[in-house]
Design a protein around this ligand. Sequence first.
Ligand code: ADP
Ligand code: NA
Length: 323
Amino acid sequence: MIIFSGVQPSGELTLGNYLGAIRQFVDLQNRGAAAYYSVVDLHATTVEHDPRRLAEYTRMVAKLYVASGIDPERSVIFVQSHVPAHSELAWILMCLARTGELNRMTQFKEKGRGSESVAVGLYTYPVLMAADILLYRTTHVPVGEDQKQHLELTRDLAERFNRTYGETFVLPEPLIPDVGARIMALDDPTKKMSKSNPNPNSRIGLLDPPELIERKIMRAVTDSEGTVRYAPEEKPGISNLLAILSLSSGIPIAELERRYAGVGYGAFKRDVAQAVVEALRPIQAAYAALSDDAIERVLADGAERARAVAEATLAEVKARFGY
Ligand code: ADP
Ligand code: NA
């Protein structure tokens, strides 16, 4: 098993990023997979960004990877722009991709909502993502439901290259996590929790102090029924809090429903907040103990290891493509 996945340095990571992605990264590593975990800064600049904060967010994401349990000795932690092969392979794949298939991608339409025209980089984002994955001969990609379409494109491009220029790329499979694949926003549980939502009360930041976590969860939107039960369509707020409590505590949702029968929302929310505080406590402590120098060393070493593999794949691709 070879794993590749990435997180954009576009803000402070949320509880959604942790429960939906980073926890799986740690599990896969601990199950013995060779894993490449990238901070995908080339992707983060496909939308408007603050150039003064990009380096800071990049370091923050890398530190949170390590603080969450990704071991830089076993897994390769690196910054995408430190490995130029990503941009180079993306160019080659752009010569294979068709405008028709990119037009069918939904993410650039969602992110560019309301505007007639978007950055070309946002439009070709899925091709860069294909390059990210294919460079490492990745067999499995842990992705959220939202990224399934991009992985299909990755497979199509790999297959097209192999058919036309000779067997080169491995076709990757998606690994979609079971429960808690989607943590919803606290202020509007019909939308996913995101680090780029402008309302800070919509999300739990991985570095939020305990009082702030409690305040945000106590204010989370629920309903007026007064019963703690799991019904995502009918009761999205309470169901989201149940999913968060279940993932943070390891207690199955059905068992939580039994425990909270007859308990009011206030007491339930206090327990959710407590479980989140406890789940994040070791991550926050590990984060605080990591210096900027230490993470820079991790990233320098990661870039070197990633470059060795990526450059070997790229050399083979270039030779087949005729460069
Ligand atoms: P964001 O939307 O917070 O900017 P990214 O696009 O950087 O997140 O996604 C990083 C990873 O986190 C992806 O694997 C994505 O599927 C996962 N992820 C993001 N938001 C959530 C969420 N609310 N629930 C579960 N997983 C999420
Ligand atoms: Na995003």
